[in-house]
Design a protein around this ligand. Structure first.
Ligand code: G2I
Length: 462
C-alpha cells in the first residue's frame, strides 16, 4: 500500500453549487429479463447499497453528476467531512463542503456515509501540534460537534479511521491521537453514539483484506467492544487493491460479521490487468455475506481517483463503463434477492425532532426476564434500544418479542438476530450476549422506518 506516499494535487474547483433538478431515478432501472441495469438498482435487489466517494468541487461537472445520479445510492464525501475541513480552527466549524454533498445526496434520494470523525491524517494544523488531555478534549469535542451537526442525516460514520499499524504487530499505530490513551477509540464511539444515535458507527481501515495480523488486531478490538457494550455497528474494509483480493477475503468479512457487526466495503479501487475479474470477486464476496451492507468505490471515473495513472475505477476518464463495471453489475444481479417488502428506497431523515422517550414500562415476566424499549424518533424513522434484564436467575439465552405498530418496519439491527421486520418481531440473543447474570441487563437495538410509538415488548428465557 502506498497510503502515505501519495501527494495528490486536487485543485478545488471554485464553482458555485448549482441546485440540481435531477429527479430520483434509483432502484427502478430493471430490464425485461429482470436484471437491473444500474449498480444501485442491482445492489438494492439484495437490500444493499452501491456508493461512490464524491468531491464537492466536481458537482458542477455534468458527466460526473450524471453518472453519480444514475448509478449510485450512497455517497461518501472524499475529503469534506474530515477534521481539517470541518474544524480548520479550534472551535470554529465549517460545514460548507460537507453540506453541499449532503444536499446533493438528499435531493437525489441517496444516503451518506460520513467520513471520518477521527483520523491521524488530515488533522488541522492546530490539532497536529497538540498532545495529551488537551488534545483528548479537542478530539471528543470534534466528534460531538460534527456528529451533532449531521444528526439524523448520516447512514454510517467512519468514527475512527486507520488506527491500526501495518505489518505484523497487530497493534495500534502511533499518533498523537493514540498517545492520548488507548481508550481513545471507544471514547470516540461513545461520543458519536450520544450525539447521533441513528447513525451506524464504523471502524474503517485498509490492508485488512484477508486474515492477517492487522485485521486480527481490529477483530480483537471489535470483539472486546461488543463484549463490553462499547457502541460499534460496522467495520469498513477500504479494499484499495492491486489485482485479486486474497483468497480468504470473504472468510475475513464473515468472521467480523459473526461478531454481530455489519461489514461494508468502503473505498474500493483495484489496479492491474486482472481488474475486471478482481472487481467481480470482491462483489461476489460481499453479496455472499449476509451482513455485508454495501460497496463504495473511491471515486467515479479513473480521472477522479487518488491513484493517479492506475485507472482503478469502474468508469474511464470519459465516463464510459469499463469491463470491471459489467463484472460488478453481473455479480450484484446474481445475488439472492431479499424480501421485496423491504423498503429499497433510502430515506434520509431530515428533521430529527423528538428526544429519546422511554416508552414501554418494564414488563415483569414469569419466564425469567423482562424487556423495556426506549425510542429515539424523528419524522419517518426511529432507533429503538431494548434493555433485557434477567430476573432472579441468570439467563443462558433470551428471546424478546416486540410488537411494532402498523407502518413501522425494521431496517437494521445490532446485537440480536430477528425473524420478521414488521408487526410481531422476535429477537434472539447473539453468541456474546445470551448469558446475563441474575438482575443484570444487556442491550440490543434496531433502526426502522415509520413510527414506533406504542411499541410493546415481552421477554422469555430460551
Ligand atoms: O488515501 C486514500 C484514502 C485512504 N483512506 C482514507 C481516505 O480518506 C483517503 O482518501 C484520500 C483522498 O482520496 C485524497 O483526495 O485522502 C487523501 C488525504 O490523505 C486525499 O488527498 C488530499 C491531498 O493530499 C491534498 O493535497 C488535498 O488538498 O486531498 C486534499 C483535498 O483535495
Amino acid at each position: 500500500m502506498k497510503m502515505t506516499s501519495r501527494s495528490l494535487s486536487r485543485a478545488a474547483l471554485a464553482s458555485a453549487f448549482l441546485a440540481t433538478t435531477l429527479g430520483v431515478s434509483l432502484v427502478l432501472a430493471t430490464s425485461a429479463t429482470g436484471a437491473a441495469s444500474t449498480l444501485g438498482a442491482a445492489a438494492a435487489q439484495s437490500g444493499r447499497y452501491f456508493g461512490a466517494a464524491v468531491a464537492a468541487g466536481k458537482l458542477g461537472d455534468s458527466t460526473y453528476v450524471n453518472i453519480l445520479n444514475r448509478e449510485f445510492t450512497m455517497i461518501t464525501p472524499e475529503n469534506e467531512m474530515k477534521w481539517d475541513a470541518t474544524e480548520p480552527n479550534r472551535g470554529q466549524f465549517n460545514y460548507s463542503g460537507g453540506d453541499r454533498i449532503l444536499n446533493q445526496a438528499v435531493s437525489t434520494g441517496k444516503r451518506v456515509r460520513g467520513h471520518a470523525l477521527l483520523w491521524y491524517q488530515q488533522e488541522p494544523g492546530w490539532a497536529q501540534r497538540m498532545e495529551g488531555s488537551d488534545l483528548r478534549q479537542a478530539m471528543m469535542n470534534h466528534v460531538t460537534q460534527v456528529a451533532t451537526h449531521y444528526k439524523g442525516k448520516i447512514y454510517a460514520w467512519d468514527v475512527v479511521n486507520e488506527a491500526f499499524a501495518d505489518g505484523g504487530s497487530g497493534g495500534r499505530r502511533d499518533s498523537n491521537l493514540q498517545r492520548t490513551g488507548n481508550d481513545w477509540i471507544e471514547a470516540a464511539f461513545r461520543a458519536a453514539r450520544a450525539a447521533d444515535p441513528a447513525a451506524k458507527l464504523c471502524y474503517n481501515d485498509y490492508n485488512t483484506d484477508g486474515v492477517n495480523a492487522k485485521s486480527t488486531g481490529i477483530y480483537n478490538m471489535v470483539k472486546d467492544f461488543k463484549s463490553r457494550g462499547v457502541p460499534i455497528d460496522c467495520v469498513g474494509f477500504q479494499s484499495h487493491l492491486s489485482g485479486n483480493p486474497p483468497g480468504d477475503y470473504q472468510a475475513n468479512l464473515q468472521r467480523f460479521a459473526d461478531l454481530g457487526v455489519e461489514v461494508q466495503i468502503t473505498e474500493l479501487d483495484i489496479a492491474g490487468s486482472n481488474q475486471a475479474n478482481a472487481y467481480g470477486a470482491v462483489t461476489r464476496a460481499c453479496v455472499a455475506v449476509a451482513r455485508c451492507a454495501g460497496i463504495t468505490t473511491w471515486g467515479i471515473r479513473d480521472t477522479d481517483s487518488w491513484r493517479t495513472g492506475e485507472n482503478p475505477l469502474l468508469f474511464d476518464g470519459n465516463g464510459n463503463k469499463k469491463a470491471a463495471y459489467n463484472s460488478v453489475l453481473d455479480a450484484l444481479n446474481a445475488a439472492t434477492p431479499t424480501n421485496p417488502t423491504t423498503p429499497t428506497t433510502p430515506t434520509t431523515p431530515t428533521t430529527p425532532t423528538t428526544p429519546t422517550t422511554p416508552t414501554t414500562p418494564t414488563t415483569p415476566n414469569p419466564s425469567g426476564c423482562s424487556a423495556s424499549v426506549s425510542l429515539n424518533s424523528w419524522n419517518g424513522g426511529f432507533v429503538a434500544t431494548v434493555k433485557v434484564t434477567a430476573g432472579s436467575s441468570a439467563l443462558n439465552g433470551w428471546r424478546v418479542t416486540t410488537n411494532l405498530p402498523s407502518g413501522a418496519a425494521v431496517t437494521s439491527s445490532w446485537s440480536a438476530s430477528n425473524s420478521g421486520t414488521t408487526g410481531s418481531v422476535t429477537w434472539s440473543n447473539v453468541s456474546y450476549n445470551g448469558t446475563v447474570a441474575a438482575g443484570q441487563s444487556t442491550e440490543f437495538g434496531f433502526q426502522g422506518t415509520g413510527s414506533a410509538e406504542g411499541i410493546t415488548s415481552t421477554c422469555a428465557a430460551s
